[in-house]
Design a protein around this ligand. Structure first.
Ligand SMILES: [Mn+2]
Length: 613
């Protein structure tokens, strides 16, 4: 599909001929934002919503994740429409699209996903920003055995204030700050004696000043060495030697053979001859015989010693206190803690203690690069937790409009057809994309479930046309497939009473009155009588726990197109239900099968009468 970019970053399809458009394509109802008829040809001038342009998308759009998600307590329609719409978005060029679900699937949904070999959508319980959404994943860190010399140069090169220190398995050990390093290199006067003590491998000490071995070995084992400068007379030096244990001495000296010979005789660990000065062959020979290492340094004594002190391992100078978080931590929680912390960065570690990221204070102001497409609902009370904090870019739905505001224009296609799956099928047509058989199977299942195989009063002629088309693609007979779906896992037999009233449960708020309406579909009422008391008890409990005005359950027999309504809660409201009673808190609703089109308007009308009184 050819596309051109509009100045403000919106993407539109270029004018395109529609000779191949299916006959049921209804431009007036679609997402078309402009069309023109010329003889027998229809031209779509612009279609909004289909961001179908691949190669030259700006970087922020490429990183942006788009989540297509249905309502909480998902039903077949909401799962199937999300999966199929995510597929369409992907093939029309939106990068990084994920189908998600805001709750568990049920046996019927699992059966349908299995049948068409489709993975269930990703489960999302909360969309609030988490550490993993904003943390830096490419962490510059150092091993505990790195030298202060290497660390400080890394800090300078990367303009950092500190570094995480890790072990060989990348487990986080602590933070190294520039302050700690400078404390080591410039200790306070009263601790100045510690400046000559270096705990490091001899090989690292020599590496810091770029020394070369003349004779002997450079051990790689960490040991404590004492740096000594041979700047005094031979007599004074001999006196000094007697006060130290020579095996840990590293002597820095120029071309002073008397001092060198004294040191070899005392068997110091190593002699560093500075300024690249020559060493007499006889001295070398004596060192070799005495097992003393001789190294030459290209720098003079002052600089060589200075650099040698950088060999100390950073594992010895970690900040005692640090605050770490896991990738799953809510960002809100981190912001609160970080506000009271003097730390400059927060290491992010997994359950195994492995460093997986880092959070600077500036990262705390970032937002997750994520946007939402809601399918099969438009009320935030039914949306996944945290949806109110994420940009919603599209809504495809067939329910009532539940009071909803956005900051910027969005694609909001609310079409009072029988299912959101029907709308998604129309979107495929609008985009000129053939529905793949697996997606057609899912859309068929969503349509059949929501319209009870077109028997619900919510079903429209558009649903019939779309169902015919999907049936042609899948080769499945609608009646047979519907029977197959509804005979899987009777909710009354397979679910606990608590699950029955919460699985496909929707919450509403009207004039400050909060209530829920759940629905299950059965092939008959044969198991209802044995469960009715437990269901009523579960409803009572649900009302109290969730602090609702009332809660209702609609048990629908899809064969007889009849429902039984159970409702518990405020007596003032419950008394106003005037369907034929079937028992306390139970009514028979002949011909009522649709929650949204039949039951909800009835409940709202009863509620309006109550508040008016
Ligand atoms: Mn639906």
């Amino acid at each position: 599909m050819a596309c051109r970019k509009q100045p403000r970053g919106n993407w539109f399809c270029e004018t395109r001929r529609l000779e191949a458009a299916p006959p049921s394509w209804d431009l007036r109802r679609g997402v078309c934002t402009g069309a023109r008829k010329n003889g027998n040809r229809v031209f779509i001038l612009a279609v909004s919503g289909f961001t179908g342009c691949g190669p030259d998308l700006p970087g922020n759009l490429l990183r942006m994740q788009t989540i297509v998600i249905g309502h909480k307590n998902p039903d077949m329609d909401s799962i199937c429409s999300a999966v199929a719409y995510a597929h369409l978005k992907r093939v029309t060029g939106t990068p990084n699209v994920v189908a998600a679900r805001a709750g568990n699937t049920n046996e019927r949904i699992d059966f349908v996903l299995d049948k068409f070999g489709v993975e269930p959508p990703v489960f999302i319980s909360d969309l609030s920003d988490r550490v993993s959404d904003v943390m830096e994943r490419e962490v510059i860190c150092v091993g505990a055995d790195s030298t202060a010399y290497d660390a400080i140069h890394l800090l300078e090169k990367r303009r950092l204030r500190g570094l995480p220190v890790v072990d060989g398995e990348r487990r986080f050990l602590g933070l190294l700050s520039a302050f700690k390093i400078s404390h080591h290199l410039f200790p306070p006067r009263e601790e100045a004696e510690t400046a000559r003590l270096i705990t490091a491998p001899l090989s690292s000490i020599v590496a810091t000043f770029g020394g070369k071995v003349l004779t002997g070995e450079l051990p790689n084992e960490t040991a404590e060495y004492l740096l000594l400068i041979g700047a005094m007379s031979a007599e004074t030096f001999a006196e000094r030697l007697r006060q130290q244990s020579p095996g840990r001495l590293v002597l820095f000296v120029g071309d002073r053979e008397d001092i060198q010979r004294l040191a070899i005789a005392a068997k110091v660990r190593a002699i560093v001859v500075t300024g690249d000065l020559p060493v007499a062959p006889t001295v070398r020979e004596a060192a070799r015989a005495g097992g003393v290492t001789i190294v030459t340094s290209p720098h003079d004594t002052a600089i060589s010693v200075d650099l040698a002190r950088g060999a100390v391992q950073v594992g010895r100078m970690l900040e005692a206190e640090h605050l770490t978080f896991t990738p799953d931590t809510l960002l809100e929680h981190v912001r609160e803690k970080a506000a009271h912390s003097a730390a400059f960065v927060f290491p992010i570690v997994d359950e195994g203690g492995v460093l997986v990221g880092i959070l600077a204070k500036s990262n705390l102001f970032k937002r997750a690069e994520r946007q939402l497409i809601l399918v099969d609902h438009n009320e935030l009370s039914q949306a996944v937790k945290g949806a109110d904090k994420v940009r919603i870019v599209e809504i495809l739905d067939h329910h009532r409009i539940g009071g909803f505001a956005t900051d910027s224009p969005i694609l909001f296609w609310n079409n009072p057809v029988g299912s959101t799956s029907t709308i998604v099928a129309l979107c495929y047509q609008h985009a000129g994309v053939a529905v793949p058989p697996a997606m057609a199977g899912l859309l068929m299942a969503g349509l059949l479930s929501d319209t009870l195989n077109l028997n619900s009063p919510t079903a429209t002629p558009v649903d019939r046309l779309v169902l015919e088309e999907l049936s042609r693609i899948t080769g499945l007979d609608p009646a047979g497939f519907a029977e197959e779906i509804f005979s899987v896992g009777s909710p009354l037999l397979t679910l606990s009473p608590e699950q029955v009233i919460t699985t496909d449960c929707k919450e509403y708020e009207e004039e400050g009155v909060r209530f829920t309406v759940a629905q299950i579909e059965e092939l008959s009422f044969s198991h209802f009588a044995e469960k009715q008391n437990a269901l009523l008890a579960a409803l009572e409990m649900h009302v109290r726990r969730a602090g609702l005005s009332f809660a209702a359950l609609l048990v629908t027999d899809i064969n007889t197109q009849t429902s039984i309504l159970l409702c518990c809660g405020a007596p003032k409201f419950v008394q106003r239900i005037d369907f034929p009673a079937r028992g306390p808190n139970m009514w028979e609703l002949a011909g009522v099968v649709s929650r949204k089109k039949q039951l909800l308007p009835y409940l709202l009308q009863r509620l309006a009468g109550l508040t008016a009184n």
